[in-house]
Design a protein around this ligand. Structure first.
Ligand SMILES: C[C@](O)(CO)[C@H](O)COP(=O)(O)OP(=O)(O)OC[C@H]1O[C@@H](n2ccc(N)nc2=O)[C@H](O)[C@@H]1O
Ligand SMILES: Nc1ncnc2c1ncn2[C@@H]1O[C@H](COP(=O)(O)OP(=O)(O)OP(=O)(O)O)[C@@H](O)[C@H]1O
Length: 283
């Protein structure tokens, strides 16, 4: 039997770093949303074998135990004492180390796929709980869609999203290390977007207030190291984007557009400035 699961990228419409925790992680308050740029995970049972075989169309994905999808399979096999072998194929479309949670979404999709393959009947809550052991973004990625996410990333509250815009993703030609960005966070100086007001605006489809309250505490930290991000932001704004923000720890910048024609025009104009550009819809 073969199971195929989509693994969509996420953007952070809002990300507030509230402080550093005793365990070294940061307390976060975020509004996250999935977009229709997706990897595709295929899992297939391997008769007569007991291990995990991992393959991908991308030469940039680690094909070993460091891979988040591999970690998900190990976790499921160990937790539920499954002796059967499994082959996992990652069809990679999401840029790597981009702030779009590609690895975390692959892990979540692998959890969902193996839940079906081995008929474990685990709830979303149970899969999200397992996902915590793989990475902070994995619990959210189990749910996807739009959600308010707090704690280290383990508390996920799905929320309604009344108006889903077009999203232009602009990925500069370099990756960013999430731990390194968090290491440079200075709690005295970072900005604190108002996530509660953003949540209300998203739920009500109040575009003006979505654009007013979207914000990311990590943006200035990453821009400090990579000023190109600010240039991309300014370029998108001057080309008519409704709102522009860096996603996660970066470096991907996203622009929101509530009209398709404008989104297509903006996408074409930014393509001359940056090689990796995607026009997608919020899911
Ligand atoms: C920046 C975000 O993408 C926002 O969605 C996530 O918080 C990062 O999620 P992630 O990549 O799944 O994070 P993890 O793999 O759990 O952690 C990577 C590193 O990021 C830092 N980290 C992550 C999450 C968090 N709440 N506090 C942190 O300080 C830690 O240094 C950690 O070692
Ligand atoms: N399935 C996977 N796909 C992509 N990267 C993976 C995967 N598994 C492990 N990695 C590793 O994870 C690291 C981060 O990659 P990823 O694409 O998940 O970053 P990201 O989008 O910035 O994540 P986040 O937004 O959650 O911080 C890379 O160093 C990569 O080698």
């Amino acid at each position: 039997m073969e199971i195929i699961e989509k693994a969509p990228a996420k953007i952070n419409l809002g990300l507030d770093v509230k402080g550093k925790r005793e365990d070294g992680y940061h307390e976060l308050d975020m509004i996250m949303a999935s977009v229709d740029l997706s990897d595709r995970i295929t899992v297939k049972e391997m008769p007569d074998e007991t291990g995990i075989r991992l393959q991908s169309n991308s030469s940039f994905v680690p094909l070993n135990k460091k891979n988040h999808a591999y970690k998900a399979a190990v976790l499921i096999k160990q937790t539920f004492h499954i002796q059967k072998g499994v082959e996992i194929f990652i069809d990679k479309k999401i840029p790597i180390a981009a702030g779009l949670a590609g690895g975390s979404s692959d892990a979540a999709a692998t959890l969902r796929a193996l839940n079906k393959l081995w008929q474990l009947n685990l709830s979303q809550e149970a899969l999200a709980k397992l996902g915590e052991q793989i990475g902070s973004d994995v619990p959210y990625c189990v749910y996807g869609q739009t959600a308010r996410v707090t704690g280290r990333g383990e508390y996920v509250k799905p929320i309604a999203n009344a108006k889903k815009p077009w999203v232009i993703l602009v990925k500069p030609d370099f990756g960013v290390s999430t731990p390194e960005i968090f290491r440079h966070v200075n709690s005295e100086t970072i900005s604190h977007p108002d996530i509660s007001s953003l949540e209300v605006a998203v739920m009500n489809g109040d575009i003006d207030n979505v654009l007013t309250y979207m914000g990311n505490s990590l943006e200035d930290v990453t821009i400090d190291k990579h000023p190109l991000i600010l240039k991309i932001k300014n370029r998108l704004l001057s080309s008519g984007a409704d709102g522009v923000l860096m996603s996660g720890s970066g470096p991907t910048v996203f622009a929101l557009c509530y009209h398709e024609k404008k989104a297509r025009r903006l996408c074409n104009s930014i393509k001359g400035f940056c090689d990796e550009v995607y026009l997608v819809r919020m899911l």
